[in-house]
Design a protein around this ligand. Structure first.
Ligand SMILES: Cc1ncc(COP(=O)(O)O)c(C=O)c1O
Length: 506
């Protein structure tokens, strides 16, 4: 027979809580961590954007599971020496790869406060959920959605797009699909997006059980916007052969070049055809904060659902994705699932239904809303909108520099804050080899961090200017580095620039 678990285990010396023995000691170290990280952000320009991880550092993280305790000070030293210097680099103003936000000191502090509260936002009746509801209400206002629209924080737009596909699917097939699955009528469903759409849309169709092949990829025009005439034809053709069109996903800022689909026209087509109109606004949707950019998003207010990220243009630290659904009832119908252990009450801690766990797959959820609330309250949407417009002005400055430089070629129209270009080279060492090498050289030099994409069969150097710290000097450094490495690579001289990188101020 097993011994009772309390036998011997409750003696005073047998176990301790995880609280520190000396609160003053942890307070002092905590203050130092905070000072170090604030110094790190304040002096970010003095360091390389990114640096490769030395083998010895990587090897340290193949360690055995720690069984014995270590001093917090020593663990922090490991962080300072081996983790912080080799982060992604998106805090740095020279980071222009993919679509990464720069975060802010305000968001960092809020994240610390959220961790201190250790709130679980799956449900129950507490103020952290009211903070999330406050942001849902702000998003409703921003996009002119009705009072019964619902919203929820998620990891990122990939998750928000997946959830939108699930809500649209349940809306068209009825809630029985949640018990019976998508066989039968579900196999006939077809969704539509442009061939410039983010890969997570096809993945969402796959995970939703509809299959990525049930997603039609419609051609784009010269500005990379979905061809609405072709979209209409495709929908009608599918209907004529007995298939069931149910969803169109339009882009408010494509990942490659930041193109915004004609949201008014797509919305009108969806209404005419009775289709769910979802907008992937991962980084572009919050352009609504800017009076300069908002008119370009006209039509977004007609959407049935919008996915967006506060962690991109909104500069909230990772992660802070968000889904807004026009019809809150349909949103709940797709996810709510009663359980005895999640019983709701009219009073007490189990009050406050519906809970966020009724609006998505997660039960345990962190307090993403707090860093978003701090960011929106502290800066205000006017300042955030002006910052977004400034990143677009910087993209236009980069475009002008490229057009003025015969050795560089612009590869796509500059719609928002993303610029795609190449160094003119014959790429003799393989398809687009020179430009691919240039991007890696620039990243390894620590000067800037662009990324790449393929446009019309050509590899593009892609600069997504999202970081609020980026300035014209960072754009100039990128152009100069592209020209420098381009000349060396073309001449077969891949010497790398040695960057004198001071260690982190930690
Ligand atoms: C247009 C678009 N959609 C979706 C995503 C995926 O967003 P996340 O990385 O937050 O999941 C991105 C990411 O860059 C994007 O640009």
């Amino acid at each position: 027979m097993n011994k009772p678990l309390h036998e011997g285990a409750l003696k005073p010396e047998a176990g301790e809580t995880l609280d520190p023995r000396d609160w003053d000691e942890i307070r002092a170290l905590g203050h130092r961590m905070l000072d170090d990280m604030i110094d790190n952000i304040a002096s970010i320009r003095q360091r390389p954007v990114w640096q490769p991880i030395p083998d010895a550092v990587r090897a340290r993280f193949r360690d055995a599971l720690p069984r014995a305790p270590s001093a917090l000070n020593d663990v922090y030293r490991e962080f300072s020496d081996n983790i912080a210097p080799y982060a992604t680099g998106n805090v740095h103003p020279g980071f222009m790869g993919w679509v990464h936000g720069g975060g802010s000191a305000v968001g960092m502090l809020a994240e610390m406060l959220a961790a201190g509260l250790n709130a679980n936002l799956g449900g129950r009746d507490h103020m952290p959920i009211e903070v999330e509801r406050q942001i849902v209400a702000w998003m409703r206002d921003l996009f002119d959605f009705p009072p019964d629209a619902s919203g929820i924080f998620v990891t990122g737009t990939s998750m928000a797009n997946l959830m939108a596909v699930l809500v649209a699917r349940t809306s068209v097939l009825g809630t029985s699909v949640r018990q019976c699955g998508v066989a039968g009528e579900g196999a006939l469903l077809r969704a539509y997006t442009s061939n410039a759409a983010h890969g997570c849309i096809a993945k969402a169709m796959d995970i939703a059980g509809l299959g990525s092949e049930a997603l039609r990829r419609v051609a784009v025009d010269a500005s990379h916007r979905i061809d609405v005439v072709a979209l209409r034809e495709e929908i009608l053709r599918d209907r004529s052969i007995g298939l069931k069109p149910f969803l169109v996903v339009a882009a408010a800022g494509t990942v490659d070049i930041g193109a915004i689909d004609d949201l008014k026209a797509v919305g009108a087509l969806c209404r005419e055809q009775g289709l769910w109109f979802h907008v992937d606004g991962a980084f572009g949707a919050l352009g609504m904060f800017s009076p300069v950019l908002a008119p370009r998003l006209a039509g977004i207010e007609q959407a049935d659902s919008i996915a967006l990220d506060f962690h991109k243009w909104g500069q909230v630290p990772y992660d802070a994705g968000f889904l807004l659904v026009r019809d809150g009832e349909q949103h709940r119908a797709a996810f709510a699932a009663p359980a005895a252990y999640l019983r709701r009450e009219a009073r007490g801690l189990a009050a406050g239904s519906p809970w966020p766990c009724d609006l998505g797959p997660d039960l345990s959820r962190g307090f993403r809303a707090l860093k978003t609330w701090f960011t929106l309250k502290t800066f205000g949407t006017e300042k955030l909108g002006a910052m977004m417009a400034r990143t677009c002005a910087l993209a236009s400055y980069l475009e002008a520099r490229i057009l003025a430089e015969p050795r560089l070629e612009l590869l796509a129209p500059v719609n928002l804050n993303i610029v795609c270009f190449r160094y003119r080279a014959d790429d003799a060492n393989g398809v687009n080899g020179v430009n691919g090498e240039i991007v890696i050289d620039i990243q390894e030099s620590g000067i800037a961090a662009p990324s790449t994409t393929m446009l019309n069969g050509q590899l593009a150097i892609r600069a997504a200017i999202v970081n609020h710290r980026t300035n014209t000097c960072d754009i100039d450094a990128l152009v100069d580095a592209a020209l420098d490495f381009g000349a060396r690579r073309s001449a077969g001289d891949p010497r790398l620039i040695e960057v004198d990188a001071p260690p982190l101020a930690m």
